[in-house]
Design a protein around this ligand. Structure first.
Ligand SMILES: [Zn+2]
Length: 306
């Protein structure tokens, strides 16, 4: 069984503030240590549960957050974004995806850094329902026949994912600063929390046959609300139907619908013909930059527990 371990960042153990998710900062360099430790426990769990191949897909921002040299070397690693065969690269032979360190949907009150796909959107709807990323990415993976079987993240994010994908195994991660700045108590919390990651990942892989691809009802109507109508004007170079800050498009599959969402998010019409060389360049650029040109980590006094 080939298991994909997808990594976001916000929902990682050890992370309590936005700056730890902002690429290039010393606090983010600490956040990467946290994420890498979480991901390693999920890799271990996947192997414990019976996976014979594990590939980590790094997804936050430009997609190079895990510390590659500290990752469990049994797992493959894919950073950055792609066009073909999918946004996540070559996922065709994945049997199951475990999604580490997720966050809540755009507009979720009191949530940690809530957004759906990208911070420019205040809401993303599919067929009239406000969706979280596990519905967008889960629906996209679902159209490739791949189930999501595990998520970790703050409680509300896990609840949102579970409402859409009731079969998933979950681990709740606290986002309060005090949880991570209380010395020995914090160290125990991290050790126990990551042990839960390992166990839940193993259970998900053991029960892989009960994990279902998430299939949204077709045809699909997408609506992305930008935070302002100026943003909508700037990003909608595609003449998608627009009224004020809301942009709409229809799609006959999630693959088609998600491609259109990515056109709107990442590729102005003029740039679109150059998207392949552009992404190739960006992947190489950030692989080198985030591996060799990084700040010294600032954990703000927190003990690192791997
Ligand atoms: Zn993220």
């Amino acid at each position: 069984m080939h298991v994909g371990v997808f990594a976001d960042l916000e929902g990682s153990f050890g992370i309590w503030r936005m700056r730890q998710c902002k690429m290039g900062t010393a606090e983010w360099q600490y956040g990467r240590e946290c994420l890498t430790a979480d991901v390693n426990h999920v890799i271990q769990g996947a192997f414990d549960g019976g996976a014979d191949k594990v590939t980590v897909k790094d997804t936050h921002e430009v997609g190079f957050n895990c510390l590659i040299r500290k990752l469990d070397s049994r797992a493959g690693y894919v950073g950055g974004h792609f066009i073909q065969p999918s946004f996540f690269g070559n996922i065709r032979d994945y049997d199951l995806v475990l999604y580490v360190a997720i966050h809540a949907a755009s507009g979720t009150p009191d949530a940690f850094f809530p957004h759906t796909h990208y911070g420019i959107f205040s809401e993303v709807k599919i067929n009239g329902k406000n969706v979280c990323e596990m519905e967008v990415y889960g629906g996209y993976l679902g159209d490739f026949g791949i189930p999501v079987g595990f998520v970790s993240g703050e409680e509300i994010a896990v609840e949102q994912a579970k409402t859409a994908l009731p079969w998933i195994k979950t681990v709740v991660v606290d986002k309060n600063k005090e949880t991570y700045t209380s010395g020995e108590k914090s160290r125990q919390y991290l050790i126990q929390g990551r042990e839960k990651l390992r166990q839940a990942a193993a259970q998900s892989v053991q029960k892989a046959s009960a994990m279902k691809p998430f299939i949204l009802k077709k045809p699909l109507l997408f609506e992305a609300k930008f935070r302002t109508s100026e943003l909508a004007d700037r990003f909608n170079t595609w003449d998608f139907q627009q009224s004020g800050n809301a942009v709409q498009w229809s799609a006959d599959s999630m693959i088609d619908g998600f491609d259109k969402l990515n056109k709107l998010t990442f590729f102005p019409k003029k740039i679109y013909p150059f998207r392949r060389p552009m992404l190739l360049f960006l992947r190489n650029y950030f692989r080198i930059k985030n591996t060799y040109f990084t700040p010294t980590p600032d954990s703000e006094g927190v003990l690192l527990v791997s």
